[in-house]
Design a protein around this ligand. Structure first.
Ligand SMILES: Cc1cc2nc3c(=O)[nH]c(=O)nc-3n(C[C@H](O)[C@H](O)[C@H](O)COP(=O)(O)O)c2cc1C
Length: 559
């Protein structure tokens, strides 16, 4: 029964309504009290939502397939993009499946940023929520499926209950993802949704589905001059029909040294043509050793697997396969095959494209720092450095395009500010060459730093010529000239703060590229200082930075 005051209001309203309006209200009220039926053949009376966070469409496609599958099983479900999702609805959800990719440097897709920030506010609880997270990613990235991991963890932190484990998927996500979703459907179909029942996790599978291209190396030169402490290679590939945009990168899977591979096989009297199955792929062992299996700087888990096969105590740490074989010999070829089972794949190395599709038609250029480190008091280089520095004119190279839709030139009339210390300059050569070739009217400002002006100013003559022809409006340089201080470029940014802020207020787009530590971090701190000076407080500065990001006017690519 209604209390007197409410009854009065209802009577007043009812008396004002026409017959049609009364019929409508009747339906409306029945709808409010009826429990939604979610499955026709079960006793589930629950709200079921599938929400996707995507950048390039994979998560959306998968979520759409899931919805179609659920509907076929008689389970009505709501599909929604996280960009459209009403955050207030989260506390009303019961079954909530999130399909979300990781972008940038372990970041959420732009379209999912609001949702991601909202759940990390921590100011509320979601005790009613039963959820599952499917994370899309790429094992080539160090922060594999980071966003999915964060969302899964945070929903639990807010009091949500997992109905299934977090499933991380690599680029060939289809099979793994559907297997995971089938598990959820079968749980739902078993009505009343029993206590969460774990479904055996399917390990993320090796990258697949990428389009690989073979290109001929047309140039491989060292950009630094005599007297430089560094070698930085400029490599040009002939790549006639490869579609890409300024801001994209390429992925290169380096190959192992054929001499080392043949020595390993000969040590164990193994015929290189012998076909084995390794991580679901049948191929000759020599081919696998050359192109797929990582044999340099093995992960500690591979070293410990070696130790258990060979029966030695081997101290923790990274090591080459060949040095291990020499120091801790195996008994025979069978043991080598067992060792191989514990080895991991060679991971692709990603390089920003330094050329413009318009200015350097049919070519792809990259800028590669020779990364050197010392091991056992000897100077060593990384596998891909070694692989690339030995590439001569006429050699071929296999690569794939890594598109980066978060790193794009704005409309031609917009201004851009580019901060690229060291090899971070690469995408900006692509940007400015493209704007020059297409006659874009926006202004272009470059910040760059390196060791020495005389030896290490990368692509110096090109920047000079762009400056002389007004394509490059402004250039701010810092050279360490022997100092070990790394704060030079950040300080330069602070010095130029007023002008930089003016450009941004005028609608400029800001880009940062280069090494994450320490350069990238210090530059972001310097930018915050600039914003603080301009806006009057740290809080305003942070808000200003956030707005730039939300408007897609700040993009970073740090490694
Ligand atoms: C520029 C860029 C950055 C990426 N960064 C990561 C990353 O940090 N970690 C990861 O696991 N995957 C990363 N990926 C891979 C994507 O998550 C993967 O391609 C996914 O399938 C994309 O799904 P979507 O189309 O729904 O966005 C990145 C992809 C691109 C293009």
């Amino acid at each position: 029964m209604l209390a007197e005051p409410k009854l009065k209001i209802l009577n007043e309203l009812v008396h004002q309504l026409s017959k049609e309006e009364l019929i409508w209200v009747n339906g409306f009220l029945s709808g409010l009290v009826a429990e939604p039926i979610v499955a026709t053949n079960t006793t589930i009376h629950k709200k079921f939502t599938i929400a996707y966070g995507t950048e390039t469409g994979n998560a959306k496609k998968l979520a759409t397939d899931f919805v179609a599958k659920a509907k076929k099983k008689g389970i009505p479900v709501k599909l929604v993009g996280l960009d459209q999702y009403k955050l207030a609805d989260l506390s009303k959800e019961e079954y909530f499946i999130t399909v979300i990719s990781t972008q940038g440097d372990g970041e959420p897709p732009i379209a999912a940023q609001k949702f991601y920030d909202h759940i990390h506010l921590n100011g509320f609880k979601l005790p009613q929520l039963k959820y599952g997270v499917l994370a899309l990613g790429d094992t080539a990235y160090p922060l594999f499926c980071k966003t999915g991991e964060d969302v899964d963890k945070q929903l639990a932190h807010l009091g949500g209950q997992r109905i299934t484990h977090l499933q991380k998927c690599d680029l060939d996500y289809e099979e793994t993802a559907h297997h995971w979703f089938d598990g959820i459907i079968s749980q739902l179909n078993q009505q009343e949704i029993p206590a969460p029942k774990p479904i055996a996790p399917v390990p993320a599978k090796k990258p697949a589905g990428k389009v690989y291209y073979d290109a001929v190396v047309q140039t491989n030169i060292n950009l630094t001059a005599e007297g430089s402490a560094k070698k930085i290679y400029h490599i040009e590939l002939v790549a006639e029909t490869v579609p890409f945009l300024p801001g994209d990168s390429i992925g290169i899977v380096p190959e192992n040294d054929v001499l080392v591979v043949d020595e390993i096989l000969a040590m164990h009297a193994i015929d290189g043509a012998k076909v084995i199955n390794w991580k679901n792929e049948n191929a000759s062992i020599r081919d696998l050793f050359l192109h797929k299996i990582n044999i340099s700087y093995l992960l500690d888990k591979s070293v410990q697997h070696y130790a258990s096969v060979a029966g030695y105590e081997i101290p923790a740490g990274k090591a080459d396969l060949l040095s291990l074989l020499k120091k801790y010999p195996l008994k025979n070829g069978d043991q080598l095959l067992q060792v191989v089972e514990g080895l991991t794949q060679i991971v692709p190395r990603i390089y920003n494209i330094a050329s413009s599709p318009t200015a350097h038609e049919g070519e792809i250029h990259i800028t590669v720092l020779r990364d050197v480190f010392s091991k056992d008091e000897k100077e060593q280089t990384g596998l891909c450095t070694w692989f690339l520095e030995n590439k001569k004119e006429g050699d071929t190279l296999r690569f794939f395009i890594q598109t980066n839709n978060r790193y794009r030139l704005p409309a031609p009339e917009k201004d851009i500010i580019m901060i690229g210390p060291g090899t971070g300059i690469a995408p900006f050569r692509s940007f400015v060459a493209e704007r020059d070739a297409t006659g874009a009217s926006g202004r272009n400002w470059l910040f760059f730093s390196e060791e020495k002006f005389t030896t290490d100013f990368l692509y110096q003559t090109e920047w000079q010529s762009w400056f002389e022809t007004d394509t490059l409006t402004d250039v701010s340089l810092y050279f360490k000239e022997g100092s070990t201080d790394v704060s030079g470029l950040p300080e330069k940014i602070i010095q130029k703060g007023n002008k930089l802020f003016e450009w941004l207020q005028n609608g400029a787009f800001l880009y940062l590229c280069g090494e994450k530590e320490p350069a990238g971090r210090l530059i972001e701190e310097a930018l915050l200082k600039v914003f603080e000076q301009a806006t009057g407080s740290e809080t305003n500065a942070k808000a200003y930075f956030e707005t730039l990001k939300k408007e897609n006017r700040f993009a970073k690519d740090l490694y």
